[in-house]
Ligand binder design. Structure first.
Ligand SMILES: Cc1cc2nc3c(=O)[nH]c(=O)nc-3n(C[C@H](O)[C@H](O)[C@H](O)COP(=O)(O)OP(=O)(O)OC[C@H]3O[C@@H](n4cnc5c(N)ncnc54)[C@H](O)[C@@H]3O)c2cc1C
Length: 348
């Protein structure tokens, strides 16, 4: 964890930059609330980008069909007029309500926010990498066992094994080709859930002798003195031992409610119970919208989350400006909004 910074003050802090969190930021801007967004991942879009970017979505009002990636692109374009800060790659881990009823929120990277209300749009919780299920892996994590590639240069002239068969595994295998001294991709079967072009490029590299591909599962790691020397691969014909100094396991992401479970909220089945008149949780000033919200007959749909965010922010306004009465203006009559949108398209 990094050192704590000076607190960033804002009316609303939105936790989660999935589709619902992004749209919530737009609504906050329209209503006249300042807001900041924070997400544990290093890109926006939540499930849409992590789980099904190229699949079509057919049930967004007035958009007959778009891919999940296109939806996120449109949402990002929609918030552009408000120029909102988005803090990526930092999971929120603690929230604390002070005597003045404002909140202090901290991320794992040491960023601190001071806000009047919190909108939790955290989906199924933070996505965390699926870890290697071999006993030796935990002690080597961050040294020679990796669940992401932060800097390609760290793998220069190393013997590297990449494990996995999805887009991430294939993309990083191709990126490491020519960087690593020896490169092997290990996947449990000779079939991939990755872009056809990446699979074809990997196969060309194998045929050209630039890397190896081995079908099998990682069975154990050879690291007697805490330094990785090799990996044992189990396959239908037995086992094979491969020399390796670095192992990059890219098995995909799993959702984990994580620190939110510690925030003293009423939770049911891993979701936060809310009042459906304003999507406020059991802690006044803290709202839950999108997939993480629980109420009877809740539908985990993007359009439900948009509605929930809109109502939650109207209540959040009363925490940020308790003495001010907010006057509702339809967006079609909102001159300030029209000006912002026009300015954003001029700049683009
Ligand atoms: C394959 C598939 C197809 C789907 N198709 C449709 C469809 O056709 N139509 C439809 O309406 N819905 C569809 N859905 C559901 C839809 O994607 C979800 O309802 C939607 O993504 C929920 O949005 P969200 O913003 O609430 O959460 P998410 O998209 O899950 O985003 C939550 C974000 O919060 C972040 N986060 C969590 N905890 C923290 C923390 N502590 N600190 C910082 N960040 C945190 C996560 O990293 C994540 O980015 C589909 C889902 C899947 C899996």
């Amino acid at each position: 964890m990094e050192a704590q910074s000076e607190a960033i003050s804002t009316d609303v802090l939105i936790i989660g930059a999935g589709p619902v969190g992004i749209f919530a930021a737009f609504e906050a801007g329209v209503i006249g609330l300042t807001c900041q967004i924070v997400d544990g991942l290093d890109r926006v879009g939540g499930q849409c980008i992590e789980l099904y970017p190229d699949k079509p979505i057919y049930d967004i009002p007035a958009i007959p069909s778009c891919t999940a990636r296109e939806l996120v692109d449109h949402l990002m374009e929609q918030i552009r007029p408000f120029d909102l800060p988005i803090h990526l790659g930092q999971r929120v881990f603690s929230v604390e309500q002070r005597d003045d009823h404002r909140w202090t929120v901290r991320t794992e990277k040491g960023t601190t926010f001071d806000c009047a209300a919190i909108l939790i749009a955290a989906g199924n919780g933070a996505f965390v990498p699926q870890r290697l299920q071999v006993p030796e892996a935990a002690a080597l994590e961050g040294r020679s066992v990796h669940y992401s590639v932060a800097r390609l240069a760290d793998f220069t002239e190393r013997e590297v094994i990449v494990a996995g068969g999805g887009d991430s595994a294939l993309d990083w295998t191709l990126a490491l080709k020519g960087v690593a001294k020896k490169l092997t991709l290990v996947h449990r079967r000779n079939g991939f859930s990755a872009a056809a072009a990446s699979v074809a490029a990997m196969k060309r590299a194998v045929n050209a002798g630039e890397m190896e591909f081995v079908v099998g599962m990682i069975d154990s790691l050879d690291a007697p003195d805490g330094v990785l020397r090799g990996v044992r691969i189990k396959h239908v014909d037995g086992t094979t031992d491969l020399a390796a100094q670095e192992l990059v396991a890219l098995y995909g992401l799993v959702a984990d409610l994580g620190p939110i479970a510690e925030w003293n909220l009423d939770v049911l089945g891993g979701r936060i119970k809310v009042d459906t008149s304003n999507y406020e949780s059991s802690r006044p000033g803290m709202f839950a919208v999108g997939d993480i919200a629980y109420y009877p007959n809740k539908q985990k749909l993007i359009l439900s989350g948009f509605h929930e965010a809109s109502l939650a922010l109207r209540k959040a306004y009363s925490y940020a400006y308790p003495d001010k009465k907010r006057v509702h203006v339809h967006s079609s009559y909102d001159a300030k909004l029209a000006e912002r949108v026009a300015h954003a398209s001029d700049v683009a």
